[in-house]
Design a protein. Structure first.
Length: 367
């Protein structure tokens, strides 16, 4: 059995271009399965404890492959899109985005998907972490009141999107049916103080922005890629005010940021911050000292920042109309003492109009 598993892993990696290539850049150790890292599952199966966004499951401390069982339920729910605005969401587990799944490279992941009896539509799941036709979509089609399951080997570490792929897939995604799965490298990611899970998505409503009432999907807007709303975590204000993210000065925070789409590329930015370390496509490549991160629909990024001064920092899609006029705005509130050596106000005062002579500067006895 072990020999068969090792052969299957080698074939999978070779098909992906990681075996025998003299042109590919070397991968960091532990980000891609090898027979030594990714043998048969050990221990008892682990049932994944799923949390609502922006919460993140804790880092994985085990250093061996396991079987991880992920129970998800497709739910169609009427919920809040903005103050006074309701929407008929398609969801995984009742939230937009669905919960973040966290496994380790080499794990055997069992996806068990139910479709709630109260739903009206068939649903399924396509996970970008799956090396298999359709990402699991064909093996997980469920009508209301039914359930399905499939398993896959997590061959490549990274942060990946999952979403419903039932036709028309753009409608299911535009209604909020997406989430993220983190496949940790064998030795985990570098330790940080706090982790947050944020996904961007678009909503295409018949009514204008902030028009009250239950808003139906506008198919014309969807096909024209003209969203009424562009939001973080499923609604306007999901990460502001009493829902703002919170951390302390001196901490390093990590954002697992993905873009559900279905159409627009995000320009993820924190106003007043620079990302110290970024895994720009959610994979193994690292970049440093980054201002804004481009994240396409169905894409992800992992971004770390050391917080050096206090204040309320804005998380935005830097396509400015989206942040101020469509809802793509969040807040990170950082508490701690002021750091005037790093950042301080100097002055804000009137200056003389053009053509007038400024007052002479006071003489100085030093040079």
């Amino acid at each position: 059995m072990k020999r068969i598993l090792a052969t299957a892993i080698a074939l999978a990696l070779g098909a992906a271009g990681f075996a025998g290539s003299t042109h590919a850049s070397p991968l960091p150790a532990g980000w891609t399965c090898t027979p030594a890292l990714c043998g048969a599952p050990q221990g008892k199966p682990i049932v994944e404890h799923l949390l609502p966004p922006p919460e993140v499951p804790p880092p994985i401390t085990r250093r061996y492959p396991a079987t991880v069982i992920v129970n998800l339920e497709a739910k169609e729910v009427v919920g809040k899109l903005a103050d006074g605005v309701k929407y008929d969401f398609y969801t995984f587990d009742g939230t937009v985005p669905g919960p973040m799944i966290r496994v380790r490279v080499g794990d055997t992941v069992e996806i068990r998907l139910k479709n709630a009896h109260s739903d009206h539509m068939p649903h399924n799941i396509d996970l970008h972490a799956v090396m298999g036709v359709g990402g699991g979509a064909a093996n997980s089609i469920v009508i209301p009141g039914h359930e399905a399951a499939f398993a896959f080997k997590a061959l490549h570490a990274g942060l990946y999107v999952y979403h419903c792929a039932m036709a028309p897939a753009a409608v299911h995604i535009a209604n909020g049916m997406y989430g993220a799965i983190l496949v940790e490298p064998a030795d985990g990611l570098p330790k940080v103080d706090k982790e947050f899970y944020v996904m961007q998505g678009e909503f295409y409503t018949k009514g204008a922005y902030m028009q009250p009432g239950l808003q139906p999907l506008d198919m014309t807007k969807l096909l024209d890629e003209q969203p009424t709303y562009v939001v973080f975590n499923g609604r306007v204000g999901s990460l502001t005010g009493e829902h703002a993210l919170r951390a302390k000065e001196g901490q390093t925070v990590r954002f697992f940021f993905s873009n559900g789409g279905p159409n627009l590329t995000s320009s993820f930015h924190m106003i007043g911050g620079i990302w110290n370390t970024v895994w720009p496509w959610g994979g193994s490549n690292e970049d440093h000292n980054v201002q804004t991160i481009s994240v396409p629909p169905g894409g992800s990024t992992i971004a770390d920042m050391k917080l050096v001064v206090p204040g309320t920092f804005m998380l935005v899609d830097h396509a400015a109309v989206r942040m101020f006029n469509k809802g793509a705005l969040g807040q990170l509130v950082v508490s701690g003492p002021e750091q005037p050596d790093l950042y301080r106000r100097l002055w804000n005062k009137p200056f003389p109009p053009s053509g007038t002579s400024p007052a002479p500067a006071a003489a100085s006895s030093t040079h």
